[in-house]
Design a protein around this ligand. Sequence first.
Ligand code: C2E
Ligand code: CA
Ligand code: CA
Length: 685
Amino acid sequence: MDSQMNLDKELKIYMQTIRFLDDSTDDYFYLYDLANDRIYFTEKICEKYPIVSRKEGILFSEWSKIVYAKDLKQLKYEINKIVSGKSDSHSMEYRLIDRSGSKNWVICRGTVLKRDDGTPGFLIGNVSEGAVRRELDSLTGLWNGEKFKEDMGCLKKDKGYLMILDIDNFKNINVKNGREFGNNLLKMVAMVLEEKTDYLTKLYRLDGDCFALNFPDKTKEAVIEFYNAVKEELKSYCTASAGAVAYSDGIGEDSGFLHQYAENALDRAKREGKNILAFFSSEDYQKSLDWIKLQDELKESVRHQCKGFSLRYQPQMRGKDFQVYGAEALLRYESATEGLVSPAKFIPILEQSGLICEVGNWVLKTAVKQCADWRKVLTDFHIGVNISYVQLCQDNITEMVLDTIKEAGIPGDALTLEVTESMELQDYSYFNKIFYEWKRHGIHIAIDDFGTGYSSLGYLKSIDVDEIKIDRCFVSRIYCNNYNYRLMSNIIKLAHSSQIQVCCEGVETEEELTSLQQLIPDFLQGFLFAKPYTKEELEKLYMCKESLEYQERVERERKLYQISTIEEKNVTAENERDEIVNIVEGMDEVIYVSDIDTYELYYMNSAARKLTGIYEYKGRKCYQVFQGRQLPCEYCNNCKLKNGKIQVWERDNLFFDKHFVIKDKLIPWNGKMARLEIAMDTDGR
Ligand code: C2E
Ligand code: CA
Ligand code: CA
């Protein structure tokens, strides 16, 4: 009785304090009698939340009813720790459902007041909405970037993952459909993320369309599963890319690094085509650090009149006679720290940073001026200049190019602009307008790396081009890949039928050249003829008739021309031979082909093989196989055939006991003339 009176007295005092505090702040204060499971609070909270304040307090189970279901498990766990004496204080963020059904983040704090015997007596503290409000994103109700930073600061880095998720092309969605739509989409994505996570996963909206998720308990597999579930749910509205990093990857480092790592993985997901989840890799991260370093250096170079940049010129030959047509200007960069850097490395950096515009202008001016100089010696010299789609998007690009050729004093048709086909070039009407203006001045437009990019054949219909440059990857496999050969043959025929010229790039070997020659490309380019040269090298090789280099080159090209045309004849002969075989193989007549000097059999059709019973005829003579003789027939007409006539005659064949009407004719066979005999069995008819 005594202790109950003490308790009541204590309660009264506490409640007075609570009331006082409640009146003076926005928070809700509470007192939780742990032994008797009674929670006491003032009326204030009941205005917003659907609970009643009773003099005798309410049970925890009643309080639970206004706690958002997903957070309840964790709350019970925390309270258990207090009741069992394992913890002396309470601090937890969770959501309460208000009278309108909305979720409200609160932070609930409390301190345990112990009894004299050391057991936990009361938990006293406050529920605060205000403290969390500044950490919430007003649009989605998720935690905001500030809170993210704060939480990252006290992360335990043993187990778990951080994920950054970003809606793909959100800017476009916003521009196309308006901000309101964009906002609704953000809310929807937030809702889906929320739906797929448990209490332990913390969800943040960083800036714009970027979300962060902290999974303190998840494995890699679970993270993948989560991402896939979200992707599936969102698929009819938008796609989203994500980057994730294991907390353990950030051990020993500032937690800011984890964020950077996840961002880095996200960048890769975007680069690799979007709508995917990528995990952090340290090599990849190093690569991007190198990228940034090189980008800074390139920026410096551009600021200093393109210092470090230079041009090489790779000659292009005419397909019909292997005479030089012109050269393609290729950009080089020499880094002060790393030496020569591959264009495959620095061109994408220039493009992504926009520096390509300035550098590209420099390339064009330098190359065109060089071409003007060279045209004084080789009057019909042409120059090819690569132009990136980023440059094509500059406002003044049309005039810039026209001014450049005018200034250098070369005609428009001395310049070919090489544009790489890409997704970005899909806006045909915009680019066609630019191309049209250039073409009016005679400038040629070539589609570079044709066949490697996006919907190649569609281009030919939609973009008005003068030339396609077929990429090395088709050229290099051509002579051992029938499919590629036919594909290329069709592309070239199609191009030619539309008056589009074709340049085959990356010709390295004589075999490639020979195969290509049959397709009659207009231009050839590749190491077999010439590598990219400096200005001086090119001048010595192509303009300085007295130099040894010049003469050696002319000789080499003459040989190449010879080889490829002789081979070409052989190949034609081979084709003819195959055609003959195709026709006669299934005919009823006995047909064979033999050497007119040695009588050796080159071929027997199936009827001949059947009649003679000889299937392995190679190396045997016609008179052995068909007449059973040791020596040529005395009536052999090979010499008469050499006069070029067709012989038709009739003979008994005693060896097979048959009577034949025979036609003989000379045909080309493997580059030689051979006897074709067709024997019709008159008895069999
Ligand atoms: P691209 O326009 O396709 O240029 C042809 C590339 O093939 C050049 O590489 C050239 O050196 C190489 N090549 C030529 N013949 C052969 C061969 O027989 N075998 C092999 N394997 N390769 C051969 P490079 O100079 O490294 O240039 C790479 C790419 O960088 C170019 O490809 C082009 O897309 C880009 N690029 C170069 N200069 C410029 C420029 O001034 N502006 C722009 N936007 N891009 C440029
Ligand atoms: Ca090119
Ligand atoms: Ca190319």
